[in-house]
Unconditional design. Structure first.
Length: 68
């Protein structure tokens, strides 16, 4: 059997954090690159932190990254 390949686009967009038997998947917030001057201060601050994915989406993302 050949090796299972990792979906590279998924691997570049998401980070998997493991600890205490739990898995957390983080991603960068949307719309961070430009046109940020019109955003409120609250929105700008929230974009600095990575966002955690919902458990339903986490399963889908884990299927795309079998080696992780």
């Amino acid at each position: 059997m050949p090796k299972i390949k990792t979906h590279k686009a998924t691997a570049k967009r998401f980070v998997i954090k493991r600890g205490q038997g739990k898995i957390k998947i983080l991603k960068r917030p949307d719309g961070q690159d430009h046109f940020n001057t019109r955003e409120t201060g609250k929105t700008t601050r929230n974009k600095r932190r990575d966002q955690a994915m919902s458990p339903t989406l986490a399963l889908t993302i884990l299927r795309g990254m079998p080696g992780s």
